[in-house]
Design a protein around this ligand. Structure first.
Ligand code: IMP
Ligand code: MG
Length: 189
């Protein structure tokens, strides 16, 4: 299926690629102000954060150091606590470094709260969070997010790195997935 055929799968476009890029430029200026010497390790959470990492890192005016982790979380959508498993760890030693976690979306907050604790337990000098999208009404575990792209309603969204069943990640903007696509099932599963 071609990507151009997805118009029926998206019930509403929340942000265009241009709107997202404008916001990323604003966030990049804040990060440059907060880390004036560029002394920060950007840690992206695979796979969803690949797109925001690519755009944010290229927007920064310092030499951005980037690394990635892959995790899977269980029970994120229905429980207030859950299990997070590392599927791919960082290549970089975190001890003593200023870490900035880069996430596509903060939903329940389970993944990010676990990652913040994990970076702190490795001896990071500081840990901050940048989430491109956040669903404030869905948050179950509060996490202090220093840089937020956009707050959105608690609908299931796709595009800009976010998937449903590994599809739609390469859609350029962010849209609400039409309910007929997942037909009553929990799309977070
Ligand atoms: P949390 O641990 O509940 O905050 O979930 C974070 C992860 O769940 C994100 O990194 C996404 O992979 C996934 N997720 C949460 N909400 C959505 C959504 O609306 N669309 C696509 N993926 C989502
Ligand atoms: Mg996913």
């Amino acid at each position: 299926m071609e990507l151009s055929d997805i118009t029926n799968d998206i019930s509403e476009v929340l942000f265009t690629e241009a709107q997202i890029h404008d916001r990323i430029a604003e966030i990049a200026r804040e990060i440059e102000r907060d880390y004036p010497d560029g002394d920060v390790l950007l840690v992206g959470v695979l796979k969803g954060a690949v797109i925001v990492m690519a755009d944010l890192a290229r927007e920064l005016k310092f030499h951005a150091h980037i690394d990635f982790m892959a995790v899977s979380s269980y029970g994120a959508s229905t429980q207030s606590s859950g299990v997070v498993k590392i599927n791919k760890d960082l290549d970089t030693e975190v001890a003593g470094k200023k870490v900035l976690l880069i996430e596509d979306i903060m939903d329940s907050g389970l993944t990010l709260s676990w990652l913040v604790n994990n970076m702190e337990s490795r001896g990071a000098a500081s840990v901050e969070v940048c989430a491109m999208f956040r669903k404030p009404e869905a948050v179950k575990i509060p996490v202090s997010v220093k840089y937020v792209g956009f707050d959105i309603p608690p609908a299931f969204v796709v595009g800009y790195g976010l998937d449903y069943a590994e599809k739609y990640r390469n859609v350029r903007g962010l849209g609400v997935l039409a309910p007929h696509v997942y037909g009553g099932a929990d799309p977070h599963a």
